[in-house]
Ligand binder design. Structure first.
Ligand SMILES: C[S@@+](CC[C@H](N)C(=O)[O-])C[C@H]1O[C@@H](n2cnc3c(N)ncnc32)[C@H](O)[C@@H]1O
Length: 870
């Protein structure tokens, strides 16, 4: 009972209270108000019928919105208390009697609007409810078609269910504009939705079965069946393609993989579903069986189908590519040129070979409702079709593999050209470019003509040199693949957009990624991201490339080109991330950094503010990467935080620009230095560790340079797809060791940042400082005046006055504000017994009694004890 009460209470939302306040009989009034706000049908109506109108809130809204002297008729199973300007009666809208009564009230009039908010009386199961609600809708539509004027508007509530699509189809036959909408006042948890059907076509003749629930719901499905397929084979079997089963409102949705192959909108499907399955539920599911047997349906594909929600770009493309292949094989895809496919398409059209193939005519580009049919077909022909398709796919696969192999080898050669690798696997024999000593000689390459091939962007291994036809075919295929790649990219972006529409988190993630992406690009050409950050940081810490260094040759100069003095960084030679990082106000006015640039490397550690000696040992131990992963992650997070802070500070700068100008001499500016040292804990823990190691001689610069040559140093990014680079950027990066001291410093820095007051507080404080400075300035002028006016007052009087003024100004007084009035504490009891002001007490007073005092003290003691125990 209690639970029920709570539930009922929870339903009392703002619309309930609003309805009460406005005098509407039900909160439902707001649904009509909101619908009318969107479609403005009431203002233009002179005659309205409200079907299922009790208790009458829609009638109330209609009466107050429609023009004066309009005819408004309302009917309901339940009695409706009289409403001014309306006619109401009690009846069942599905009966003939109700129809006759309406006719009696309307006489010769025709309704401009028919509204229906009927709901079957609750208590039955949901499915049952939905069905009778749909019946009610049909009954109301039937009345509407009888009493509505051409071009009239019909508004009805529909519960979302399998049949709502059928209802929509019926509406669309009778009205020129049909829109489905859910007004904000309709609870989200409710399955109800509203259809606003405008422009009644008023057909002269209508089959009575059209609006009969017994036929109507079945007929719609029939009507939507693919007409072409029906011509070929009148014996058709309907396939369940109209969404999910009724009442299936679960979060987990799956569909047969064959449906994914057949759907004209794979993106929507991937976005909606959790899983694609290969379960063959009936013997008739030949499509699924054939798909399951395809060699293209690899383990990887199956794995991707298992959980669609975790698909990344790569997997997403894999599935789409697989779908396209399957569609090719089953003849579902209309290929542009090749004869084979043209033949396949024509045979499909003529004979309807496989069940999927039969759908080819429906599949691509079909808009709206698509109901597929399973054709009966000759088994042998189907087998032949499948065999042929498989053979096609096999030969294609072989060609592709061959090409891939060639590309691999071509890459291998390019790498060799760059002296990156000495490979014996590139399939080049003794006459090849490998010299006697195993060194690679470009001259030999040229002799073999390989160079020319490379420059042409293609490399074939001897003995495999393709014929001209094959080459052109491959080129064609290349182009097609490029196109496909672009198409897949576009599809993936569309899918991501859809995901972002649904999910704010995904949106935020993308924005963050985009922001970071820009910066990552800035690091391209050097090593990878982290190393870039490291060197940036190092340069900030004052690591300077000594121009005349013997060790530094051209290559090293390139490698170290990020180790530039801070002034250069300031001049805008920073990477995107670094510059946004250094825009933080924390970096402004940092003294000593310029000096650092001229200092020896060894000064680094000291200047960096890394407490070299802190910790138990004089030289802090370098922890292993895995030990410090957490810290590393934290520092990465910190960086993002900084980047965001940098943005914030930009905004603040704009906001505070005026105040900045107001800074006066002598006014206290926020300290930018940390106990005289520059706050260089701005850099990452990794960079700190590095600087520290350099400062303490744990590593040398040469060693550092060597360390920069890692497998991440030179990435061959040419021709690599974007998704791959995305993944690489995210996961393939070196993990550098971080010292305990650096980790501690970074943690401390985070703590300091977190402890920073919020912008508003900082602004308020700055304003206060500014005000004080202004007051002091004013006072200075005043005191000068006083000192000069020595005739009237003695020197001492003048000094006293100035001192008093100064004290007042510092206290913040001097304005109109009065000082706080003192509150006198009076002990209750004794002569202060009884009500009223105690004798001899003036101004504000507070009565305390000893008991209360003791109680308060006792409570405090107890709380302290409890805290101590914890
Ligand atoms: C949600 S209420 C309507 C509220 C109404 N629009 C208002 O603003 O006050 C649904 C109404 O449909 C009525 N109803 C259900 N089946 C009906 C039927 N067969 N004939 C007439 N009214 C029916 C119920 O009696 C109920 O009052």
């Amino acid at each position: 009972m209690a639970i029920q009460k709570k539930h009922a209470k929870a339903r009392l939302d703002k619309y309930y209270y609003l309805a009460k306040e406005k005098g509407y009989r039900a909160r439902a009034a707001f649904k009509l108000i909101q619908l009318n706000k969107k479609y403005s049908f009431l203002q233009q109506s002179k005659c309205l019928i409200d079907l299922c109108a009790a208790p009458g809130s829609w009638l109330q809204v209609a009466a107050e919105t429609m023009p004066a002297k309009s005819l408004i008729v309302g009917v309901d199973l339940s009695p409706i208390k009289p409403i001014p300007k309306t006619i109401t009666f009690q009846d069942d809208i599905t009966t003939e009697r109700c129809r006759a009564t309406i006719r009696g009230h309307l006489k010769t009039w025709k309704a401009d609007t028919v509204i229906h908010d009927g709901a079957p009386n609750v208590g039955t199961a949901w499915v049952q409810d939905a069905f009778s609600q749909n019946e009610l809708v049909l009954a109301s539509l039937k009345l509407a078609t009888e009493f509505m004027a051409p071009n009239g508007t019909f508004v009805t509530k529909v519960f979302r269910s399998k049949d709502s699509a059928k209802l929509e189809w019926i509406f669309k036959q009778l009205f020129s504009r049909v829109e489905q909408t859910k007004p904000p006042s309709s609870r989200n948890v409710s399955a109800e939705t509203f259809y606003v059907c405008r422009g009644y076509k008023a057909p002269k003749h209508m089959d009575p079965r059209f609006l009969d629930s017994k036929y109507a719901f079945a007929e719609v499905e029939e009507a939507a069946v693919n007409m072409e397929a029906r011509v070929f084979n009148p014996e058709k079997k309907k396939r369940k393609r109209d969404g999910y089963d009724e009442g299936d409102w679960t979060q987990f949705n799956e569909a047969a993989a064959s449906e994914f192959v057949q759907t004209p909108d794979p993106i929507q499907m991937l976005g909606k579903l959790n899983k694609l399955h290969f379960r063959q539920e009936g013997a008739g599911d030949i499509a699924l069986a054939a798909l399951d047997r395809l060699p293209e349906t690899t383990e990887e594909v199956r794995l991707c189908c298992q959980d669609l929600k975790v698909l990344g770009r790569k997997e997403f493309k894999l599935l789409l590519r697989w779908r396209l292949k399957a569609r090719d094989i089953f003849g579902l895809r209309q290929k542009k040129t090749t004869d084979t496919n043209a033949t396949s398409a024509s045979t499909t059209a003529k004979g309807g070979k496989s069940d999927i193939a039969a759908e080819a005519g429906v599949a691509e580009g079909a808009v709206g409702e698509e109901v597929a049919v399973v054709e009966s077909m000759d088994d042998e022909m189907r087998m032949q079709e499948e065999i042929r398709a498989m053979q096609d796919s096999q030969s294609k696969l072989k060609r592709k593999e061959r090409r891939r192999e060639n590309e691999k080898k071509q890459k291998e050669i390019t790498r060799m050209q760059m002296n990156m690798t000495v490979s014996s696997e590139i399939g080049l024999d003794a006459g090849g470019p490998m010299g006697d000593e195993g060194t690679f000689r470009m001259k030999d390459v040229d002799k073999a003509g390989i160079g020319r091939q490379i420059s042409q962007g293609r490399m074939y291994v001897e003995g495999e040199k393709p014929k001209d036809e094959e080459q052109s075919e491959e080129e064609e295929e290349d182009e097609e693949l490029d196109g496909l790649e672009r198409e897949l990219d576009a599809m993936y972006n569309k899918y991501q957009e859809g995901k972002e529409d649904r999910n704010a988190k995904a949106r935020a993630k993308r924005i963050r990624r985009e922001a970071n992406g820009e910066d990552e690009e800035a690091f391209e050409g050097f090593d990878e991201e982290d190393e870039g950050a490291e060197t940036d940081a190092s340069s900030d810490a004052g690591i300077v490339e000594e121009s005349g260094d013997e060790d530094t040759d051209g290559e090293e100069a390139e490698l170290l080109n990020k180790l530039v003095p801070r002034e250069d960084l300031k001049k805008g030679q920073l990477s995107g991330r670094a510059s946004s990082f250094f825009q933080q106000d924390i970096f402004q006015d940092i003294g000593g950094m310029e000096d650092d640039a001229e200092d020896e490397e060894v000064d680094l550690g000291r200047d960096s503010g890394v407490d070299v000696g802190s910790g138990s040992s004089a030289s802090p131990t370098l922890k292993t990467a895995s030990d410090d992963r957490e810290v590393g992650e934290e520092s990465a997070e910190d960086e993002t935080e900084y980047a965001q802070d940098a943005e914030d500070s930009d905004i603040e700068e704009v906001a505070g620009a005026e105040e900045e100008e107001d800074w006066e001499e002598g006014a206290e500016k926020p300290a930018m230095e940390n106990e005289g040292r520059p706050n260089i804990d701005i850099i990452t823990a990794e960079a700190m560790t590095l600087a520290h190691a350099l400062a303490t001689g744990k590593t040398t610069r040469a060693q550092m340079e060597d360390d920069n040559f890692t497998k991440y140093s030179h990435r061959d990014v040419d021709g690599l797809p974007e998704w791959f680079l995305d993944d690489e950027g995210q996961h393939s990066r070196p993990v550098r060791p971080i010292s305990a001291a650096a980790a501690a410093a970074i943690k401390e820095k985070s703590r300091a940042l977190n402890a920073r007051p919020i912008k508003k507080v900082r602004e308020a404080k700055a304003r206060k400082v500014l005000r004080t400075a202004r007051r002091l300035e004013k006072l200075k002028k005043k005191s000068e005046g006083l000192a000069e006016g020595g005739d009237e007052m003695t020197e001492r009087d003048g000094a006293n006055k100035i001192a008093a003024l100064m004290a007042k100004a510092k206290k913040g007084g001097g304005g109109k504000k009065k000082g706080r009035m003192e509150v006198k504490v009076v002990r209750a009891g004794g002569q202060n017994k009884g009500a009223g002001r105690p004798r001899g007490v003036k101004g504000k007073y507070k009565m305390v009694d000893s008991r209360l005092k003791k109680d308060v003290r006792g409570e405090k003691r107890a709380a302290k004890k409890a805290k101590g125990r914890r």
